[in-house]
Design a protein around this ligand. Structure first.
Ligand code: F6P
Length: 405
């Protein structure tokens, strides 16, 4: 914990035209609604509901969830606890951006009938795009590259797979057998912070023992399905194979979220993709299949994974899960925003300080796709600002590995 309390920076809201958050609310969300409307032969009630959401995105206010928002009413209660009463009736642009974005996805699922009853219950509106990504020829190529990876020394292979998982967050598997993939070329230069040595030291090979001498458990809080989840699974498989972890808990979303976020169904799709790929990819898939079967790997879809709140507000059972892990690795931009708080932190704000509340060791693997960043040294920040690259915070061209032990 920090010795001196730090002053939280302002929470990000999307009220400034021309800003990145404003663009997401004003342009990206309507585009997502149109994409979903075009992807399915939805019936008139659902098309009207999507049109109403489109109108609301343009100039509307946050509305309470309808009485039939979910069959049990439990999700409605959760949203009440998560701030609905405070934000209902206010403009999407005036409430915390994280809250507004998360709520948008909840409304979208309502509009398409995801929570039922009816034929559309449980139909993931983003599934066609997720499956197309898994079936893309690029995925074949990336899985084929695993054959060469298998011939590398284990440490090098581990680093390549870590970078694959990291850059997979840009939907770009990074374990290609080039300088980029192994982190010694362009992609290494694109790292604005790199604590990967600290991460490896938390998960030593057997014999060196875990820091507390007990079995090593990895919590991996996944982000996107498809071409991010595949390298995440490969990394877990590698860590199991090397004995660096004995168990892994994979946290995914309980329902479709932020377009491509992974759900339990997406885990099964990715696993099947590996198992049926043949060669080295299938060996990874089979290892994971066995580990799921005997309980060394478990999948959790905690409701808080779709909460519009920072992890600082996590409930006790989730806190206990993370506390029991040797290290919790959070993937992606959204998880990073929730980990450090979706705030206008000065980039040199200490990552250790802002994550001091998190139970146990924590690592972030993220490409930068929003304004939030912490833990940069002053030299790196100055170089990025001087580079003239306006989008370094938001374009996904830069990445970070940050660890708080
Ligand atoms: O998939 P990731 O890495 O979590 O990124 C999602 C990011 O995309 C956005 O939804 C829009 O760019 C951000 O708000 C969010 O942080």
């Amino acid at each position: 914990m920090p010795d001196t309390p730090f002053v939280p920076a302002p929470v990000i809201v999307g009220d400034e035209p021309g800003s990145f958050p404003h663009g997401v609310l004003a342009e990206r969300h309507p585009a997502i609604v149109r994409q979903v409307r075009d992807a399915f032969p939805l019936d008139p009630p659902r098309r009207h509901a999507l049109d109403a959401l489109l109108a609301s995105c343009a100039d509307g206010v946050v509305e309470p969830l309808p009485a039939d928002a979910d069959p049990t009413g439990r999700d409605r209660d959760r949203w009440a606890r998560w701030g609905m009463d405070a934000y209902a009736g206010r403009s999407w642009y005036d409430v915390p951006w994280l809250w507004a974005e998360s709520h948008f996805y909840r409304r979208l699922l309502d509009a398409v009938g995801y929570f039922g009853p009816g034929a559309w219950q449980g139909v993931d509106p983003f599934r066609p795009a997720k499956l197309a990504e898994l079936d893309a020829p690029e995925t074949d190529q990336e899985l084929a590259a695993l054959e060469d990876l298998d011939r590398m020394p284990a440490d090098e292979r581990g680093r390549a797979l870590l970078h694959g998982s990291l850059w997979g967050n840009r939907a770009d598997l990074g374990f290609r057998l080039s300088d980029r993939g192994t982190g010694t070329g362009d992609e290494a230069a694109a790292l604005v912070a790199d604590d990967s040595d600290a991460l490896w030291s938390l998960l030593p090979v057997p014999g060196a023992g875990t820091p507390d001498g007990g079995p090593a458990t990895l919590c991996l809080v996944a982000d996107n399905a498809g071409r991010e989840l595949v390298p995440d699974l490969l990394l877990v498989s590698h860590l199991l194979a090397e004995g660096r972890v004995d168990r892994a808990v994979l946290h995914v979303k309980p329902y479709p979220y932020y377009v491509s976020d992974a759900t339990p169904t997406d885990v099964l799709d990715a696993l099947r993709r590996l198992v049926t790929a043949g060669g080295a990819a299938a060996a990874h898939g089979e290892r994971l299949w066995a580990a799921l079967t005997d309980g060394r790997v478990t999948v959790r879809a905690h409701p808080f994974s779709c909460a519009p709140l920072p992890y600082a507000d996590m409930p006790g059972d989730l806190r206990a899960d993370f506390a029991a892990a040797t290290v919790t690795v959070l993937k992606g931009d959204l998880n990073y925003r929730r980990l450090v708080g979706d705030r206008w932190w000065p980039p040199t704000t200490s990552f250790a300080d802002v994550t001091g509340y998190f139970p146990g060791a924590v690592a972030a693997l993220r490409t930068l796709k929003s304004d939030v960043v912490t833990g940069l040294d002053a030299k790196t920040e100055a170089a990025l600002e001087a580079s003239g690259e306006r989008g370094w915070r938001t374009s996904g061209t830069h990445a970070l590995v940050q660890v708080r032990c």
